[in-house]
Design a binder for this molecule. Structure first.
Ligand code: GLY
Ligand code: MN
Ligand code: MN
Length: 438
C-alpha cells in the first residue's frame, strides 16, 4: 500500500523540503516495527513525515536530506533478505529505494553508524529529534564525534545545532496538495457511509462493540487501512468520556450514542463524529441540546475562511454553546460572564478542531508565538463542538444528565469558502432520524 501510486508527488515534496532546509541537513526516521505483545506485532504503519516525503512503506528506514550535495536524498533501509521476508513480508530493499523511490544513494540500515559522519560532514545544523530511538541517538552522536578531529584539523562544519524536523515538514503538510485532497475525499466518503451504517445498526440492546465492528468493518471492506484512530462508540453517559474506546456496553432505549470514527485511506484519515438516538427519535431535551451543538458547529464552519484566525472558529463555537447553556439553564448568569470566566468549560472542555491529514491530529503549528495563525487555502481542519453533561452532575437540569453530544466534520479551507468534505454524513435532526429509522 503506497501513499500514492505516482511517486512524482514525493519528488516534488522533497524538492520543496530541500529548498526549505536551505543549508541545513535533516534525518527523518521510521521506527522498526510495532510490537504488540510476546511474538506478535501490529500491522506496520509508516511514520507520517517519512511517508509524506518518500512514499516508503517498509519499517526501519532513515531518510537523510542533504541540500546542495551531489546526492541530496539518501536512504537507509532494511536490505532484501529472502529468509526474513518469508516471515515478515516482501521488502523493497536497497534496490527498491534506488529504482522506485528516487533515492540518490541507498544503503542497508546496518551501515548507518559507519556512514553517517561522512554524509553529515559540512552541515552545522541537523533537523533531528533525539529521544525517540536511543540506539539511533548513540549512533548519530558517535558519528558526529568521529568527525570532530578531522574537522578541527582541516576545517568544515559538523552538526552542532539541532532542530525538530517536524517544524519544517509540518509547514509543508499543513497545506494540502490536490492529490492529498483526493485521498482525504475518499477517506471522507468511506467514513460518511460507515457512520450511516452505524446509525442503521444501532438499536437498544446492540453493544457498543457491535457498532464499532460495523464502522471498522466498513472501512476495511472499502479498501481503507482501518480506522485512523481507535473508534469511539459511547452510549449514554459513556459519550461524556472524551476518549472512550472501551466500547463494551449495550446501547439503551432512550439514550444517545456518540460515534467518533474516521477511515484511514492510503495514510490519510477522516475524523467524523455523529451523535444519534438509540431508539431512532431524539427526545425533547436531547433535541434541544443537539440543536445548540449543531448551530455552534455550523457557525464555526462558516469561520473557517481564508484570512480568518485559526482561533476564530473556537470563539464562535464557544459563544453559541454558552448562549445555549445559559438558555437551557445548564449555566446561571449572563453569556458574557460565563465566557469570560470560562464556566462553559464545565460542559465544553476541549478545542473546536485541529489540522487533519496523514495524522488525525495533523502536523503544523496553530500559533505563531501567542498569535493565532491565519487560515490559508488548502488547509484541512476539523470542526467539532460538543456539550457533555455527566449523569452525576447534580447542578444540571435532570433532563440533560447523562447526555454527551459532539458533531464533527472535516473542512477544506478554499478561496471560495469552507468546503465540507464530510457533508454526505447525516447531520440535521431530520437527516439523523431518517438514517436511524428502526
Ligand atoms: N477523534 C479524535 C478527535 O476528534 O480529535
Ligand atoms: Mn477531531
Ligand atoms: Mn474525532
Amino acid at each position: 500500500m503506497s501513499a500514492h501510486p505516482d511517486r512524482s508527488f514525493h519528488a516534488a515534496r522533497r524538492a520543496r523540503f530541500l529548498a526549505a532546509l536551505g543549508t541545513e541537513a535533516a534525518l527523518i526516521v521510521a521506527p522498526a516495527h510495532h510490537h504488540r505483545n510476546a511474538d506478535t506485532e501490529y500491522r506496520y504503519r509508516q511514520s507520517s513525515d517519512l511517508v509524506y516525503l518518500t512514499g516508503w512503506d517498509d519499517p526501519e528506514a532513515v531518510a537523510l536530506f542533504r541540500p546542495g550535495a551531489e546526492q541530496p536524498f539518501v536512504m537507509f533501509v532494511q536490505p532484501r533478505d529472502p529468509e526474513r521476508e518469508v516471515w515478515t513480508g516482501r521488502r523493497e530493499g536497497v534496490e527498491g529505494a534506488l529504482a522506485r523511490y528516487g533515492a540518490d544513494a541507498a544503503y542497508p540500515i546496518s551501515e548507518l553508524p559507519s556512514r553517517l559522519g561522512t554524509l553529515l560532514f559540512g552541515y552545522a545544523t541537523l533537523h533531528y529529534r533525539p529521544g525517540e530511538d536511543a540506539a539511533l541517538d548513540r549512533s548519530l552522536f558517535a558519528a558526529i564525534r568521529s568527525m570532530a578531529k578531522p574537522a578541527a584539523r582541516n576545517g568544515g562544519d559538523i552538526p552542532w545545532r539541532f532542530h525538530d524536523p517536524g517544524r519544517l515538514v509540518g509547514e509543508l503538510r499543513v497545506r494540502k496538495e490536490p492529490e492529498e485532497l483526493d485521498l482525504l475525499r475518499e477517506a471522507a466518503r468511506i467514513s460518511c457511509e460507515a457512520h450511516r451504517q452505524a446509525m442503521m445498526a444501532g438499536r437498544p440492546g446492540v453493544h457498543e462493540y457491535e457498532v464499532e465492528s460495523v464502522v471498522d468493518g466498513w472501512f476495511r471492506r472499502h479498501g481503507g487501512n482501518g480506522p485512523g484512530y481507535t473508534t469511539i462508540v459511547g452510549g449514554g453517559d459513556n459519550a461524556n468520556i472524551l476518549h472512550y474506546v472501551t466500547n463494551r456496553d449495550p446501547l439503551r432505549e432512550g439514550d444517545l450514542c456518540l460515534v467518533d470514527a474516521g477511515c484511514e485511506y492510503r495514510y490519510y484519515t477522516a475524523d467524523i463524529t455523529r451523535t444519534w438516538p438509540v431508539s431512532g427519535r431524539f427526545s425533547g431535551p436531547q433535541r434541544e441540546l443537539y440543536e445548540v451543538v449543531l448551530e455552534a458547529q455550523l457557525q464555526a464552519i462558516e469561520a473557517a475562511r481564508v484570512g480568518r484566525n485559526y482561533k476564530d472558529m473556537h470563539d464562535v463555537a464557544v459563544r453559541r454553546l454558552t448562549e445555549g447553556m445559559v438558555h437551557l439553564k445548564l449555566l446561571t448568569g449572563g453569556v458574557e460572564e460565563n465566557i469570560h470566566q470560562e464556566s462553559f468549560k464545565r460542559y465544553y472542555m476541549h478545542g473546536t478542531g485541529h489540522w487533519l491529514g496523514l495524522d488525525v491530529h495533523d502536523a503544523g503549528v496553530y500559533w505563531h508565538g501567542f498569535t493565532s495563525r491565519k487560515l490559508e487555502a488548502g488547509m484541512v481542519l476539523t470542526v467539532e463542538p460538543g456539550i457533555y453533561v455527566p449523569a452525576d452532575d447534580e447542578r444540571a437540569p435532570a433532563a440533560f444528565r447523562g447526555t454527551g453530544i459532539r458533531i464533527e466534520d472535516d473542512i477544506h479551507v478554499t478561496e471560495a469558502g469552507p468546503e465540507n468534505l464530510t457533508a454526505a454524513c447525516p447531520k440535521t435532526v431530520a437527516e439523523v432520524e431518517a438514517a436511524c429509522a428502526r
